[in-house]
Design a protein around this ligand. Structure first.
Ligand code: PMP
Length: 388
C-alpha cells in the first residue's frame, strides 16, 4: 500500500527468482540441475585476487573519488580507444558498483516521466525495470530470429522516444548484432535524435569467429551512445561489483550526481582488482572463453539430439531453446522442474517474444549439461520425433 506508483509493473527479477527455486529444491535434498545462472562459474583469476589483497595491505579501504580511481578510469578509456575504436578519455568514464547500477543511473539521469525507450524483445530483465523505475515507458521491437530493421524501429517511434537499448552479444538470445543491423540502428538513432544504451558486457564471449563492434564507433554515434560494460563476465568478478559507463561528458556528469547521492563510489578494493584485471595478461579470459566454447558445443549438439531446437549462441553463455512442440516456455519450465529437477528461465521473463522459449545458461559444468540432457530425453521421449 505504501509503494510508489513508479514500482507498479516492476517485477522481482525472474532470473533471481528461478535461482531461489533451485536453491530451495536443493535444500530439500533434490538433485537439482541449475541452468539459471547469469554469472561465470569460474573462480576470479588469482592475480586479480592478489591485487585486492595488496590494496587491503596498502590501506585502500576508504571512499574513492566518486567517478572511480583515476588509474582505472584511464585504463578503461585506453581499452575503449584501442579495442572499441571509440575516442574516449577519463572525462567520459564513470566506474560504478556493477553495470546494473550504471544502467539505473543512466535512466535516472536522462528520462522524464512518459519518455519512451525502445527495447529489443526479448531483453535482459533489468532494462525494462530500470526504464520503469525512472518513469519511462518501454516500447518493444521483436528480435529473436529476425534481424532488426529501420522500419520496425520506426513503427514504435514517437515524439517521446528518447533512448534505444541494445545488448550485443545478447542475453538471453545469444545473438551478436552484425554490421548491417548496427548500421540500421545507428541511422535510426541519428534520424530520431536518440541516445543509445549499448550494453557490451559480453563482448569477449564470442563464438564462430564472430567479432564485437561497438555502435559508438559508427559515424555520428559516439556523442549519442553510452557504452555499458563491466568486469563481472569477462573476469568472473560478479561479486566484486565493478562496472562502468563510457558516456558523453554531460551525461556522465548526470550519472555522477546520482552515484554521489546514492552509493558514493564503487568498492575501493574491487577497483584496484579491476585495474589489475585490465592491465595484466588477458590469457585468463581466453581460457574461460575456451571452456564456454566447449560447453556451448556440447549443449547445442545435445539439445538438438534430444529434439529441442536451440538457436546457435554466437556470444554470451545462454542457449535459447524453442519449446513450441511441448507447450509454451512457462509450461515447459514447470515440467522440467517438476519431472526432472532441472531449473531454467522461461523466455517470457524477458519479453513477449520469448513466450515459446526457455533460456539455459551454460555457465554450468559439462557433466551437469550431459546429465540434464539424459533427464530431458527420458522426460520428453516424444521430443526425438522433432529432431531437425
Ligand atoms: N548486462 C547484462 C546484459 C547482463 O546479462 C548482466 C548480468 N546478468 C549485467 C549487465 C549485470 O552486470 P553487473 O554484474 O556488472 O551488474
Amino acid at each position: 500500500m505504501m509503494l510508489s506508483k513508479r514500482l507498479s509493473g516492476v517485477e522481482e527479477s525472474a532470473t533471481i527468482r528461478m535461482g531461489h527455486i533451485a536453491k530451495k529444491l536443493q535444500e530439500e535434498g533434490k538433485e537439482v540441475l541449475n541452468f539459471t545462472l547469469g554469472e561465470p562459474d569460474f573462480k576470479t583469476p588469482e592475480h586479480i585476487c592478489e591485487a585486492a589483497m595488496r590494496a587491503l595491505d596498502l590501506g585502500y579501504t576508504h571512499y574513492t573519488s566518486s567517478a572511480g580511481i583515476e588509474e582505472l578510469r584511464e585504463a578503461i578509456a585506453e581499452k575503449i580507444r584501442e579495442e572499441n575504436k571509440v575516442d574516449a578519455s577519463v572525462e567520459n568514464v564513470i566506474v560504478t558498483p556493477g553495470a546494473k547500477q550504471a544502467i539505473y543511473e543512466l535512466m535516472m539521469s536522462v528520462l522524464d516521466e512518459g519518455d519512451e525507450v525502445i527495447l529489443l524483445d526479448p531483453a535482459w530483465v533489468t532494462f525494462e525495470s530500470a526504464v520503469k523505475i525512472a518513469g519511462g515507458e518501454p516500447k518493444w521491437v521483436k528480435r529473436v530470429e529476425e534481424e532488426v530493421k529501420y522500419e520496425s524501429l520506426e513503427s514504435v517511434a514517437s515524439g517521446n522516444t528518447k533512448i534505444m537499448i541494445i545488448n550485443s552479444p545478447n542475453n538471453p538470445v545469444g545473438y551478436v548484432l552484425g554490421d548491417s543491423e548496427l548500421k540500421e540502428i545507428a541511422e535510426f538513432a541519428v534520424d530520431h535524435n536518440l541516445l543509445v544504451l549499448s550494453d557490451e558486457i559480453y563482448e569477449k564471449i564470442l563464438y564462430y569467429g564472430k567479432r564485437h563492434v561497438s555502435i559508438a564507433s559508427f559515424n555520428g554515434m559516439q556523442e549519442r551512445t553510452v557504452i555499458i560494460n563491466g568486469f563481472s563476465k569477462t573476469y568472473a568478478m560478479t561479486g566484486w561489483r565493478i562496472g562502468y559507463a563510457v558516456a558523453p561528458p554531460e551525461i556522465m556528469k548526470g550519472m555522477l550526481k546520482i552515484q554521489q547521492h546514492s552509493v558514493t563510489c564503487a568498492p575501493s578494493i574491487a577497483q584496484y582488482a579491476a585495474l589489475t584485471a585490465l592491465r595484466s595478461s588477458q590469457e585468463c579470459v581466453a581460457e574461460m572463453v575456451d571452456e564456454f566454447k566447449r560447453r556451448r558445443d556440447v549443449i547445442v549438439m545435445r539439445l538438438n539430439e534430444v529434439g529441442l531446437r536451440c538457436l546457435n549462441p554466437e556470444g554470451a553463455f545462454y542457449a535459447f531453446v524453442n519449446t513450441s512442440n511441448h507447450g509454451d516456455g512457462i509450461e515447459f519450465t514447470e515440467r522440467l522442474l517438476k519431472e526432472a529437477y532441472i531449473v531454467v528461465t522461461p523466455g517470457s521473463a524477458f519479453g513477449l517474444a520469448g513466450k515459446d522459449y526457455v533460456r539455459f545458461s551454460f555457465a554450468a559444468s559439462i557433466e551437469d549439461i550431459l546429465e540434464a540432457m539424459e533427464r530431458i530425453e527420458s522426460t520428453f521421449p516424444e521430443a526425438r520425433h522433432f529432431r531437425g
